[in-house]
Design a protein around this ligand. Structure first.
Ligand code: HEM
Length: 173
C-alpha cells in the first residue's frame, strides 16, 4: 500500500507486465517456514528467519526485498533489495541486488518453468567491506509442488571454493 500513494489514483495494483509473466510465480510476501539453514566451511551452521517481498508496479521487472532475522532475538541480520528483469521474448533473466553488507551484485541466468537459476556476472563492494570477500555467487529459486518457494545460495570467497551458504523454504503469507 505504501507504494500506492503516487502509483495509482484508485489504489489498484497495476496489471502485470506480460514480459515478466514467466516470473509471476515469485510474486507475493513470503516467510521462512521452517527457518533457513546457513552453512559454510568457515562457520558454525546457523539458522535464520527471512521475510521476502516480491512485487511489481506494472513495469517489465519485479522488485524484491529479502530481510533476514535472528531466530531467537529477532535482530535484523542480512538485508538485500533490488530488481529482477527478463530480456523480452527470451528466458534470460538478470537479478540486480544491493546488500546491507556493502555488496552490490548482478547475476544472470534463466527461468525454466517455475525454476530460476542465476550466477554472478559482476560483484562490487564498498572499500571497507568485511573480509573474506565473496567472488562468485549462484542462486536457485524454485516453486515447489506444495506451493512453497525455495532458495539455495552458493558462494565462493577469496579463501573458499564455491560451497552452499544458504538454503531456505518460504510459505506464502
Ligand atoms: C558470513 C556472504 C546472505 C548470515 C558470510 C561471509 C560471506 C557472506 C562472504 C563470510 C564467510 C567467511 O567468513 O568465510 C553472503 C552473501 C549473501 C549472504 C553474498 C547473499 C547472497 C546471508 C544471509 C544470512 C547470512 C541471508 C542470514 C542471516 C551469515 C552469517 C555469517 C555469514 C551469520 C557468519 C558471521 C559473519 O561473518 O557475519 N556471508 N551472505 N548471510 N553470513 Fe552471509
Amino acid at each position: 500500500p505504501f507504494l500506492n500513494n503516487l502509483l495509482s489514483q484508485d489504489g489498484e495494483t497495476p496489471q502485470l507486465n506480460p514480459v515478466i509473466e514467466p516470473l509471476s510465480w515469485m510474486l507475493g510476501t513470503w516467510l521462512s517456514d521452517p527457518p533457513g539453514d546457513g552453512t559454510f566451511p568457515t562457520m558454525k551452521p546457523f539458522q535464520y528467519l527471512e521475510e521476502v517481498h516480491i512485487s511489481h508496479v506494472g513495469q517489465p521487472m519485479l522488485n524484491f526485498s529479502f530481510n533476514a532475522f535472528h531466530p531467537d532475538t529477532r535482530k535484523p541480520m542480512h538485508r538485500e533489495c533490488g530488481f529482477i528483469r527478463i530480456k523480452p521474448d527470451t528466458n534470460k533473466v538478470a537479478f540486480i541486488s544491493a546488500q546491507n553488507t556493502g555488496l552490490v551484485e548482478v547475476e544472470e541466468g534463466e527461468v525454466n518453468g517455475q525454476e530460476l537459476s542465476i550466477a554472478s556476472h559482476s560483484v562490487a563492494r564498498i572499500s571497507f567491506a568485511k573480509k573474506p570477500h565473496v567472488e562468485q555467487i549462484t542462486r536457485k529459486f524454485r516453486l515447489n509442488s506444495d506451493g512453497k518457494l525455495e532458495q539455495t545460495v552458493c558462494m565462493g570467497t577469496t579463501t573458499q571454493p564455491m560451497t552452499q551458504h544458504l538454503h531456505i523454504t518460504y510459505k506464502k503469507v
